[in-house]
Design a protein around this ligand. Structure first.
Ligand code: NAD
Ligand code: UFG
Length: 336
């Protein structure tokens, strides 16, 4: 049985589908601080089976222990965490408590129950402002905000756990920019309030909820002056987790692996691709740079290919098409 913390969230819900389709049995653990029970109900309708769910906080060791008592947990995929960069600057203590103390509590309960395999949701944010692109796993690590620092600290904590006990198997998946939605249009990204991220913001402009997109910076040294990122379809990301679990027993030590496509797109290229996919106009205005943003960030994905035999299958057109399918079928997300 695989324990999926944060399994009701955006990436977690898509990964639940891929895990079940690959034949894994799962139990989801979530406190619904940033998700809806509807996402799991829809996952159940897609996979046509019930998924065991425990409502709880990863910092609550008693509830976690109950899960280990009730289910025979072999491995953990650990998505649960807070993820908004700007909010983390305003609420550093909440972010460190939730993300770091939560991971420590989870690992303690895992250790106490002899469960020592974990796949952790890390982020390309751990590369800080990279010296060059594409970014490979051996690049120097740094952080510029509490969210990123929590990811960096957790990576280090997991390395220390391995040093103390080499029977642990630990994979750090460093995601680039997850976008898109399940092809059914039943599950997708459902941000609270005004979206911070590009793709959900564009989707809300296309559907008419927002007037225009503010493009943060038109003076970067990129082909059209706007920031470049490695957008990756959430279904590809979900498959990366399946590959990680299928291969984890082969690995020694802590493996950090990039999950990206290796292809960078500028903000304006994404706008154009979205307009094509949705057949809607996406008005935009170029405004000043957003504080903390970097110019260009995309993966060297060759290590994931080598050790997991994984590479992204979907291009930017699929990502926009599926994001639009979800947005147009669910104009108010799970509250629709
Ligand atoms: P999400 O907010 O949709 O999902 C996270 C889930 O964890 C939510 O369902 C939330 O309710 C749950 N959760 C949070 N704190 C919890 C706690 N203390 N106990 C139990 N459940 C808790 O986010 P997501 O986009 O699916 O991201 C999943 C993971 O991937 C996160 O760790 C995030 O930091 C990481 N990540 C996300 C991105 C991205 O752009 N979406 C990029 C890189 C890394
Ligand atoms: N952008 C705009 N307008 C917007 C939103 C974004 O122009 O309204 C631009 C940004 O300036 C950037 C690009 O679109 O150039 C992507 O921005 P996102 O906010 O979607 O993503 P980021 O690359 O800034 O950050 C994301 C996650 C972080 C994670 C990081 C690396 O939000 O949590 O990817 O994985 F750390």
């Amino acid at each position: 049985m695989i324990l999926v913390t944060g399994g009701a969230g955006y990436i977690g819900s898509h990964t639940c589908i891929s895990l079940i389709e690959a034949g894994f049995d799962i139990v989801v653990y979530d406190n619904f601080s940033n998700s809806s029970k509807k996402s799991l109900q829809r996952v159940e309708s897609i996979v046509e089976r019930n998924i065991p769910l425990v409502e709880g906080d990863i910092r609550d060791k008693e509830v976690l222990q109950d899960v280990f008592d009730k289910y025979d947990i072999d491995s953990v995929i650990h998505f649960a965490g807070l993820k908004a960069v700007g909010e983390s600057v305003q609420k550093p203590l909440e972010y460190y408590d939730n993300n770091i103390n939560g991971t420590i509590a989870l690992c303690e309960v895992m250790r106490d129950n002899g469960c020592k395999k974990i796949v952790f949701s890390s982020s390309a944010t751990v590369y800080g402002d990279p010296k060059s692109v594409p970014i490979s796993e051996d690049f120097p690590l740094s952080a510029t905000n509490p969210y990123g620092r929590s990811k960096l600290f957790i990576e280090e904590i997991l390395r220390d756990i391995y040093v103390s006990d080499a029977t642990w198997k630990i994979i750090l998946l460093r995601y680039f920019n997850p976008v898109g939605a399940h092809k059914s249009g039943l599950i997708g990204e459902d941000p609270n309030g005004i979206p911070n991220n590009l793709m959900p913001y564009i989707s809300q402009v296309a559907i008419g909820k927002r007037d225009y997109l503010s493009v943060f910076g038109g003076d970067y040294a990129t082909n059209d002056g706007t920031g470049v990122r490695d957008y990756i379809h959430v279904e590809d990301l979900a498959d990366g987790h399946v590959k990680a679990l299928e291969n984890i027993d082969k690995f020694d030590g802590v493996k950090a692996i990039n999950l990206g496509t290796g292809q960078g797109y500028s903000v304006l290229e994404v706008v154009k691709a979205f307009e094509r996919a949705s057949e809607k106009k996406v008005p935009y205005k170029i405004v000043g740079r957003r504080e903390g943003d970097i110019q260009s960030c995309y993966a060297d994905p060759s290590y994931a290919k080598k050790v997991l035999d994984w590479s992204a299958k979907h291009g930017i057109n699929d990502m926009c098409k599926d994001a639009w399918n979800w947005q147009s079928k669910n104009p108010n997300g799970y509250g629709s």
